[in-house]
Design a binder for this molecule. Sequence first.
Ligand SMILES: Cc1cc2nc3c(=O)[nH]c(=O)nc-3n(C[C@H](O)[C@H](O)[C@H](O)COP(=O)(O)OP(=O)(O)OC[C@H]3O[C@@H](n4cnc5c(N)ncnc54)[C@H](O)[C@@H]3O)c2cc1C
Length: 428
Amino acid sequence: MTEYDAIIVGAGVIGLSTAYHIKRQNRNLRILVVDKYSAAGQGSTAKSMSAFRCLFSSPINYILSDSSVDFYNHVQTKLGVDLKLFFIGYLWLLGEEDFAEMASILKELAAKSLKYREYEAEELAKLLGLNIRLGGDEEAELMGLKDVYKGIFIPKAGIIDADCIVKFYEEEFLRLGGEIHYGVKVQDLIVEACKPIGIVGEPFFWQEARVSGVKTDSGIVKAKKTILAAGAWIPQLLDGVGIECFIKPKKRQVFAVEAKNPLLRRLLFIKGFNSVGCLPFTILPKPRVLIRPFPTEGVFWLSYADDFPRAFKLEDDPQPEKNFYQYGIYQVLVKYFPQFKDCRPYSAFAGLYEINTLDGHPVIFEERDLIVVGGASGSGIMKADAIGRIAAALYNGDEYALLYGGRKFRVSDLSIKERRVEPEELQI
Ligand SMILES: Cc1cc2nc3c(=O)[nH]c(=O)nc-3n(C[C@H](O)[C@H](O)[C@H](O)COP(=O)(O)OP(=O)(O)OC[C@H]3O[C@@H](n4cnc5c(N)ncnc54)[C@H](O)[C@@H]3O)c2cc1C
């Protein structure tokens, strides 16, 4: 049986970025990617809203996202691969208390020359037809909705097509001689003694053991290193060998509403924020309902990342819930943007966040020839290039990874045992 130098489980954006960066640096090695689906990026990557921002309070979040976005921009503008990347910006609408909380963080970020622009609520009301005063509205009061006090616009932010990123990594990996087998489901990790002695029942607890490959529904694959990039499914495979990764799955839902009437079209194609001439990715005051414009389709994607009591639950085919829109998102949205009155979604989808329950940052570590890479916690598209480079550096045994643009990143900072991350204060 041939032994691969590495097998990567998962052909999502993280697995393929990792595969590409390992292969790019090790042209002669045999690297195999497997995925249970019949094509690349069909897990959470396909369910993503594919938005990005380069403004975070945590230096790690910032560098992961900023360097990845710089790379995607390079791929699009210098390599001529259309990733449908548009810098449309993020517009964060804030109540007075939220703004007060955020002001000191923003001041610190401005001192580091991170760019943003502050908008007065009245200016936004005029520009967007936004309802900024909800006082006196009984329903709004019942829902605890707050007046809009200010808006923060982040210019280095926008939208991209996750499928195009995945195709780019897949094609480059294959061009370099990498192998991919689709429709192959990994059932278990194989554990063997490092020095087998040929007795049934090995490895015994007194033997040193390692992960030596995977058992799949189409046979066994052995590898010097096994790389688990299976997104929300990572713990399913890790639990079987008793390794903790602090990743848990949580359902997230997206509802698509067409900009059918003139008021919605005016909102979608609003001028003045970006060169595309469209609404920025917009975040409402708490509860933070998200509006992701899709200008090329004439559509808004609407979402909300609910927490308590949304269960941690692994589902292969999570479904959107009609009531989540009707009695949730819609009720909040229409108070701020009356243009959406009576709008119903024409389609919807749901996927899984792979949440790192320690601190919401990705997890990249190695144990017994098994590398785990994932837990991007709902921001894996915008950080995938950096994550792939760090996982490749771990594979190569390097202390530092070189991110796009030349910034160095200490690999162990995202491990479990020597983890060094600061909490993210600009959470959406
Ligand atoms: C609704 C929603 C909106 C989002 N919006 C954004 C956003 O705007 N911006 C952003 O940056 N991120 C966003 N995300 C998060 C982003 O999509 C994820 O962080 C990212 O896709 C994770 O990539 P991955 O490769 O780790 O996981 P996946 O894409 O899930 O890939 C894992 C792969 O592993 C495979 N696999 C699993 N188990 C096995 C097995 N046993 N055998 C073989 N193969 C297996 C799966 O088939 C899958 O293809 C969003 C996610 C959701 C659900």
